[in-house]
Design a protein around this ligand. Structure first.
Ligand code: AMP
Ligand code: ZN
Length: 457
């Protein structure tokens, strides 16, 4: 049974899906006005970890991640650069998808864009207006009236009155109470051409309604898990919860999960502190995508990750140790057995305990150490090596920090095949020259009884 820390109840709870064996998962996606930074990717990597663990435990996951392609920031950027809104948002959506792929983040099933779902948002706002949970201001904006919803503050565990003055709202709109938040923003000059018709006049949606409308459309009015970074908890998720429960009359989400922030040298990332990194900066600094994955996953998702360029060596040496044991085990047998060593039970238990990756890594590295000792002492059977191979690959299906051993680039594969032909014809000189060529390309060959094994150096 997987246990997850639910922000709503502030407890670790056993995860019970609404439909047996299936999980509806909604993760708040990027606001595409700029490149996503490594803090954003900390959160996206936590969500990827959650999904990989659910998949490893045989759940069928329907994962939806929205793309926020209209809000104050995207409009401002388009205005500053004198470009169309979608020119900006397409550019940064593609950059986000490319970075996600490089980081081996599993693709979501759906990436709905806010601008494609304005009708659904308007419909939800209309329900809220008709139920008197929302009101229309003089300028044609629509606000959620939080005093009408007594459960407001549940997610942050604050009462309605404590929240006063904390709501992040701009003063330019006409509100009943400072806590009320915008569902629909009437058109302002700065919005330029960015406007849609609505029953309340021209305008655009507020940010929070985007996620309520899109999660409902793709996952239904009541689904299993909703994730984001801690800063999403309030006001964004609190407001989503208010809108959805009041318009749909459902509990909305069963488990709310939030990951802590990534800091750099213990400080908040900011351009002025010169500690602000996007993924391509890390590559320039000599990080691999896997190095960054390792740094993020070596901390528990509810603890801060302290990133530092200096941590590159730590990540590289950890990954090298795993790659080494993988090669040593493959040297004994290149088969992967169906059974895993017993230690996998402890490894799984830590993952099932609210995704405790530091503990899972400690268990894994302890196994690596013991296995190295056994290999040194020639105290390992072929079957144990086969089970070891299976454990390394299973580990990698969760952490995804090693290259896949079975995937050879086409060029390498065709060289290996032609060498095989030369060997069959006993043309040793030609086969040796291919071996040299492969070595120069970074691939090592080992001829075994069961065929030629190819490994990356
Ligand atoms: P945004 O593109 O601003 O909507 O943010 C995308 C995701 O990144 C959200 O889930 C945020 O909570 C998360 N996030 C923003 N800054 C950080 C940070 N420094 N560390 C971890 N997560 C963050
Ligand atoms: Zn959201």
């Amino acid at each position: 049974m997987i246990k997850l820390y639910n922000s709503l109840t502030q407890k670790k709870e056993e995860f019970v899906p609404i439909q047996k064996g299936k999980v509806g998962l909604y993760t708040c996606g990027p606001t595409v006005y700029d490149f996503s930074h490594i803090g954003n990717f900390r959160t996206f990597l936590f969500e990827d970890l959650l999904k990989r663990v659910l998949l490893a435990f045989d759940y069928k996951v329907h994962h939806v991640m929205n793309i926020t392609d209209v809000d104050d920031k995207t409009i401002k950027k388009a205005n500053d650069e004198k470009k169309e809104l979608n020119e900006i948002t397409n550019k940064y959506t593609n950059a986000f998808l490319d970075d996600s792929k490089s980081l081996r983040i599993l693709e979501a099933d759906d990436y709905p864009k806010a601008t494609d779902h304005i009708a659904e948002m308007i419909q939800m706002i209309e329900v809220l207006v008709s139920k008197k949970f929302a009101y229309i201001s003089k300028d044609g904006s629509v606000f959620f009236k939080i005093s009408k919803y007594s459960d407001y503050g549940r997610l942050v565990n604050l009462s309605n009155s404590t929240i006063l003055n904390e709501q992040q709202l701009s003063d330019e709109y006409d509100l009943d109470s400072v806590n009320d938040f915008a569902l629909w923003k009437s058109h302002k000059n700065n919005d330029g051409k960015v406007a849609w018709d609505s029953p309340w006049g021209k305008g655009r949606p507020g940010w929070h309604i985007e996620c309520s409308a899109m999660s409902t459309k793709f996952l239904g009015a009541h689904f299993d898990i909703h994730c984001g970074g801690v800063d999403n908890k309030f006001p964004h998720h609190e407001n989503e919860l208010a809108q959805s429960t009041c318009s749909l009359n459902t509990p909305f989400v069963n488990y709310w999960l939030h990951s802590e922030f990534l800091t750099v040298e213990g400080k908040k990332m900011s351009k002025s502190l010169n500690n602000f990194y996007i993924i391509s900066d890390l590559v320039k600094e000599g990080f691999t995508y896997e190095d960054f994955r390792f740094i993020v996953l070596s901390a528990h998702y509810r603890s801060k990750v302290n990133f530092s360029i200096k941590r590159k060596d730590e990540a590289k040496s950890a990954i090298r140790r795993i790659e080494e044991i993988r090669q040593r085990l493959l040297g004994i047998s290149n088969e992967v057995s169906n059974t895993l060593p017993d230690v996998v039970n402890d490894f799984n238990e830590s993952l099932m305990d609210d995704l405790d990756t530091p503990k899972a890594l400690a268990i894994f590295f302890n196994w690596v150490r013991l296995t190295n000792q056994n290999i040194d002492q020639k105290n390992i059977s072929e079957n144990e090596a086969k089970a070891g191979n299976a454990f390394v690959e299973y580990f990698n299906s969760i952490f995804a920090i090693l290259d896949s051993p079975n995937v050879l680039p086409d060029e390498i594969k065709s060289l290996v095949d032609s060498r095989e032909d030369y060997r069959k014809n006993k043309e040793w000189k030609k086969s040796d020259s291919i071996r040299e060529k492969l070595l120069s390309l970074g691939w090592k060959l080992k001829d075994t009884k069961s065929g030629t094994k190819v490994t990356k150096i």
